[in-house]
Design a binder for this molecule. Sequence first.
Ligand code: HAM
Length: 469
Amino acid sequence: MSTLKAVRGTRDLLPPETQLWNHVEASARALFARYGFGEIRTPVFEATELFARGVGEETDIVSKEMYTWEDRARAASEKAQSLTLRPENTAGVVRAYIEHKLGETGGLQKLFYLGPQFRRERPQRGRYRQFWQIGAEVLGPVSSGSESPLRDAEVLEMLASLLDELGIRGWRLELNSVGSSTDRPRYVAALREALTPIKHRMCEDNQRRAETNPLRVLDSKAPEDQDLINSLPKIADFLDDASRDHFQQVLAALDACGVSYTVNPRLVRGLDYYTRTTFEFTVADGSGLGTQNALLGGGRYDGLSEMLGGPKAPGIGFAIGEDRLILTLQAQASYDALFRRHFDIYLAPLGKEQNAYALSLAQYLRNFWRPVLRTKGFHVEVGEGNFRLKKSFEVAEKLAPVIAILGEEERAANLIKLKEFAGGEQRVMTKEELVRYLSQNDPTLKVPGETYTDGMHEVSGRHDSVNKS
Ligand code: HAM
């Protein structure tokens, strides 16, 4: 029988790598909280129409990359419906904003999300069919200040802080303004006109884009077309005064915060909902991403809510490609310390009769309440009574600095025989003594039932586990 494998473009994430994922996610959550963002969780699939209307029929995402199926009615009360696995999450967030009437609160909504997205792209390093995004959206009625350039700059400064905090080196912020919903059609018309006499000299892809979605030509990486593309009209020359002023204010706020950036007049991005500020953060070649060097992208979408049938709700947001962020961290930094499997102690029962004693001791140590640290317990691994002592030592040495040998005698007397791998005598001790030994670096820790002072308050030590031994 042939063995089954994960579907092309999808992958399993395993420990210890998942520790790095959790570290990134915990850092992002903590940062979002500092900037006033709350978490939103939207469904993984939505009505196909949401993406067709929101992201745009002509985009690569909607025209060729979506996982779409006809969901048949299963009851008289249900209608057949075309559904799609979300290729991105901005449309879903704005749908939820409209559905839950979040605009009626009058306030600015600052929402973040974290989760898988699905695009049927050609898989390669940094490009998957199921990939993860960490994203955020800031939106609300105009009266909440949602249109302010301050919001754009705040989001960009937050991203710069996150990348710095995670230790990403050499990131580059590129940004542009693609203008308002009135600037953009004027620019697209000019672009179409400029492309007409020259498009036959371009590659096949660009000839097609010149017809269907001329903005996409600006994204093209085809080397032979670069001179022609650089000669095309620039969107900056088509911005009205309000858009130009908005962009200048974003740049001024970034300067004030010391966030470095490059204005890239060709940055238009692949989704139709963008207006005004658009941006991408990239990393230099050799940072582990190969050609997929966009770590994250985003921008303003002042008309998206109305495109989806909602009230006016200007907004700005971004999505980080978490897979790409992780690949970059792995290439740039040493996360060995984070990955090391570390236990405070390894418990080695001698004979299967000692298994239950070993497990109850592990339970006691793992759940021991450490009052001042306000955290529970120690990291404990338990062996197996059938292991020979030699094997227990071999396994334990790789995992922990000390081993507790639990033989018949120790069990009968409720004691532990402890051996440090760094040398030293074997010592026999009670479990209270063992807790003191393990918390040598934690002088504030006391065993259950004792009271102590942390300098200001008297606190009573306790532990939540039931000691059955
Ligand atoms: P996007 O540029 O399509 O924007 O995707 C954002 C990021 O997701 C990319 O920069 C990339 O890092 C990552 N990404 C995209 N496709 C893949 C893939 N196939 N494999 C791995 N990573 C991928 C959006 O999705 C917008 N919703 C961002 C946004 C939020 N704009 C406003 N608010």
